[in-house]
Write a protein that binds this ligand. Structure first.
Ligand SMILES: NC(=O)c1ccc[n+]([C@@H]2O[C@H](COP(=O)([O-])OP(=O)(O)OC[C@H]3O[C@@H](n4cnc5c(N)ncnc54)[C@H](OP(=O)(O)O)[C@@H]3O)[C@@H](O)[C@H]2O)c1
Length: 220
């Protein structure tokens, strides 16, 4: 890679064979060599990240500075546990697959057609609720018209407007896509725009979230 150091080293996922303590100790040693500046985490459940942060603090080791997770308007699962945890632990959120692997662009149709060579036609990842995604694309198509931008740009702007998101991990196959994705940083979505997207994308109220909200009301 011809680098003398890496800015952020991510742990890519859960390894059920290696204790969290061992992983953290190794990461701390790597940072001590100067080859890595900061460490971050992908795809761990929130309870494991919180446990890791406590172990690292207790041992005076390096702690994670951010979370790299699948986050797009069609898959808002991280809002249940990970987003509140990120706020509590002062962790940045770096969403991966912000276009849900290219789905939130308008290039796929309910009838099963897609633009020639589109990635999802051969590699249908990450898993999403397609009915919900088509409803979202319909709403985003209207917003794209109003803002005079593409659907992909609206989808990327949405991610950027979410709580805790400090940087988005974009994917681009062509220079044109890259320029378009960078241009999305200029879009300001209004409260009304965001409400329209929420109306077709909000996650269901899961327990214990709704109970926490209900009980917290008594403390106001
Ligand atoms: N930590 C993890 O577990 C994890 C997992 C997955 C990915 N990632 C990281 O996240 C990065 C982004 O993920 P992703 O590639 O899935 O992101 P994505 O933005 O959801 O999808 C990118 C794909 O969408 C299409 N696209 C991108 N910009 C477009 C535009 N402006 N207009 C129309 N189509 C557009 C392109 O494919 P087509 O043209 O073929 O449609 C492109 O390959 C990856 O490179 C990787 O570094 C991390």
């Amino acid at each position: 890679m011809q680098l003398d150091h890496i800015d952020i080293l991510y742990v890519h996922g859960v390894d059920p064979k290696v204790p969290v303590q061992e992983i953290l100790r190794s990461l701390n040693d790597i940072v001590a060599t100067g080859k890595v500046r900061y460490i971050a985490i992908c795809n761990w459940p929130a309870w494991m990240v919180a446990k890791a942060q406590a172990i690292a603090k207790h041992n005076n080791w390096q702690r994670f500075i951010g979370l790299q997770y699948f986050y797009s308007a069609v898959t808002r699962d991280i809002e249940t546990e990970l987003v509140p945890m990120a706020a509590d632990h002062n962790l940045s959120i770096f969403p991966w697959s912000p276009l849900a692997g290219g789905f939130l662009t308008g290039k796929y149709s309910r009838e099963g057609s897609s633009e020639k060579g589109s990635r999802r036609a051969d590699f249908d990842f990450p898993t999403i609720d397609k009915d919900k995604a088509f409803d979202l694309v319909d709403v985003m198509q209207d917003l794209a018209k109003n803002h005079n931008v593409s659907v992909a740009e609206i989808a990327l702007a949405w991610v950027r407007h979410q709580k805790g998101v400090t940087s988005t991990i974009i994917g681009a196959k062509t220079l044109k896509q890259l320029h378009s994705n960078i241009k999305s940083t200029e879009i300001d979505l209004s409260k009304e725009d965001l409400n329209k997207i929420d109306a077709v994308s909000s996650k269901p109220d899961l327990y214990p979230g709704w109970m926490v909200e209900r009980q917290s009301k008594y403390r106001k």
